[in-house]
Ligand binder design. Structure first.
Ligand code: ATP
Length: 385
């Protein structure tokens, strides 16, 4: 096992057609702890695959350092980095059986030269390789497929073989690039769960790349959110959801995404901060007064997640921050309903329990949960809280 440290990492490509420079990864500082499951997440083109490929040694670093364990590996070839990769397309050898696919890398690494084939040492190593394959196959429940060729397997089974091939190498670090994206929705959820369990058992440092925020939230012990080659925030899923560092992270993590109201202004009413969103206002707790003091009279961006706009009829007691909205469209999701509402002229989304009696084209009293509101600086887009 090993920690992985990315120190001021940069990657610049030169676009072959336009001859322009593309800064795919910019000044990336990230430490993945020993045994941690770290997810790199972000939209297409944000630089996550490039980051992963640099760690793997498949892409040269423009500047900065990569450490695996205590060792700087910038100039270490991929095969000597003690990593194992699992790709989206599985990258299995089609002409080899599952067993041979799993044995291939091990034989290259462990077996003595072929002319020693009839020595006891050779047999010992082959027995050792076989034991590793059988153990990994049992763990992944693919023992019955060991003699099959990859084409005779389903996508999910192929992905297990790819995982098996990674496990038998007993690496210090697993690198996984969108490994579930070729699986159907149901299998993806199941495999997600299995991967988490596998990590709990093996405790191998893992860097996992995905563009899917649900995968990131459910799998990552910590999540590194990237955009335009820049790290936006790195924290636990809970902290990223509760305290997004900026508007990009706030909008990227959470589904449906956070509602933003631009052009809101901060007021102070007898020591109590109020956000005037134009058409409706939100009274915040006095504990927010100090942090908002420099913004009084200024324009900010107000943010609230759909799940923190509730139907008043579903809230017990006498809640504060009740505002009258107009329900435009209702989307039934099963356990919950998405309400597309107009609030003071702003188009917002609210997620409420499916037991709501809200109707389309009718007014509805909405409770804004002031404890879960966010305010962003309009220029830097950074979270004030
Ligand atoms: P995706 O989820 O679509 O794979 P990503 O976040 O993994 O996206 P990267 O593949 O790392 O993004 O790409 C980051 C940026 O670098 C993109 O703008 C991409 O076009 C550019 N890029 C990647 N590889 C090269 C290359 N070999 N030559 C030129 N530009 C490249």
């Amino acid at each position: 096992m090993a920690k992985v440290i990315l120190r001021n990492l940069n990657k610049t490509f030169v676009d072959q057609q336009s001859k322009k420079e593309v800064n795919a990864v910019k000044d990336l500082d990230l430490e993945i702890h020993d045994g941690e499951f770290m997810v790199l997440v972000g939209p297409s083109g944000c630089g996550k695959t490039t980051t992963m490929r640099m760690v793997a040694g498949l892409e040269e670093v423009t500047s900065g350092e990569i450490l695996i364990g205590e060792r700087v590996v910038n100039d270490v070839p991929p095969r000597d980095r003690n990593i194992a990769m699992v790709f989206q397309n599985y990258a299995l050898y089609p002409h080899m059986s599952v067993y041979e696919n799993m044995a291939f890398g091990l034989r290259l690494r462990m077996l003595p030269p072929i002319w020693q084939k009839f020595t006891p040492k050779y047999k010992e190593v082959e027995a050792d390789i076989d034991a590793k394959i059988q153990a990994a196959a049992r763990k992944l429940d693919i023992t019955q497929y060991l003699d099959r060729k990859p084409k005779a397997l389903s996508g999910g089974q192929r992905q297990r073989v790819a995982l098996g091939r990674a496990i038998v190498r007993d690496p210090e670090v697993f690198l996984m690039d969108e490994p579930l994206s070729n699986l159907d929705a149901k299998l993806r959820v199941q495999t997600r769960f299995e991967l988490i369990n596998l990590h709990r058992e093996l405790k191998v440092t893992t860097i996992y790349v995905t563009h899917d925020q649900v995968e990131a939230m459910t799998m990552g012990q910590r999540i590194a959110v990237m955009n335009n080659g820049l790290l936006q925030q790195c924290d636990t899923p809970q902290n990223i959801y509760r305290h997004p560092a900026n508007m990009f992270v706030a909008g990227f993590i959470g589904m449906p995404p956070m509602n933003f109201v631009k052009g809101a202004t901060v007021k102070m009413e007898g020591g109590t901060p109020v956000i005037d969103c134009g058409g409706f206002s939100v009274t915040l707790g006095t504990d927010r007064a100090a942090v908002l003091a420099p913004y009084v009279g200024k324009e900010v961006v107000f943010g609230v997640r759909p799940e923190h706009l509730n139907d008043k009829a579903l809230v017990s007691g006498t809640p504060s921050n009740v505002v009258r909205a107009q329900v435009e469209v209702i989307e039934q999701m099963g356990a919950t309903s998405n309400l597309y509402i107009s609030l003071g002229g702003h188009a917002l989304v609210s997620v409420v329990d499916a037991s709501t009696v809200a109707k389309e084209n009718a007014p509805l009293d909405i409770v804004i949960d002031a404890d879960h509101c966010h305010v962003f600086d309009k220029d830097t887009e950074k979270a004030i809280f």
